[in-house]
Ligand binder design. Structure first.
Ligand SMILES: [Zn+2]
Length: 146
């Protein structure tokens, strides 16, 4: 899923569970669950299309975290930590991204191959699922902010 949805979901899990020892690992696990749900993705990974979408996603995801840091709702640090934990597995894609830019063939590691495999459905239509998910989880997260 998009980094934005990973962040809001991880934040919601961490604040709902409130015990970081349990909540943060669950936020990390949520990445796998979300990625196995059909979601948005481009069938052909052309850099010119992919980069603006990725940047938009990063700006949205970052804005959620920055907003939490500015508003500082109760236990905001839990939400920020949960959001970062949930999105963090996608950082493993940075080497792949660099290979794409350098037009080099990329060798996938075991973890990366696993993370790719569970994303069995990445389509343009998946954007609808992302939007609904964001609306639902975002509304629940807003209720936790006080
Ligand atoms: Zn992912």
């Amino acid at each position: 899923m998009t980094a934005t949805n990973h962040v809001v979901t991880g934040a919601l899990i961490a604040i709902t569970i409130s015990n970081p020892v349990i909540g943060l690992p669950l936020a990390l696990l949520s990445h796998l669950v979300l990625d196995s749900i059909p979601h948005f993705g481009l069938e052909d990974l052309k850099l010119a299309k992919f980069v603006p979408i990725l940047m938009t996603d990063i700006i949205f995801a970052g804005s959620v975290l920055v907003a939490l840091l500015i508003i500082r709702p109760e236990n905001y640090w839990l939400m920020v930590a949960g959001g970062i934990m949930a999105a963090s597995p996608d950082l493993l894609s940075i080497p792949l991204f660099i290979s794409m830019i350098k037009r080099r063939k990329h060798k996938f590691g075991v973890v990366q191959r696993f993370l790719q495999k569970i994303q069995w459905s990445e389509t343009a239509k998946g954007l609808a699922i992302e939007v609904v998910w964001f609306g639902f989880i975002g509304a629940l997260l807003l209720q936790k902010i006080h």
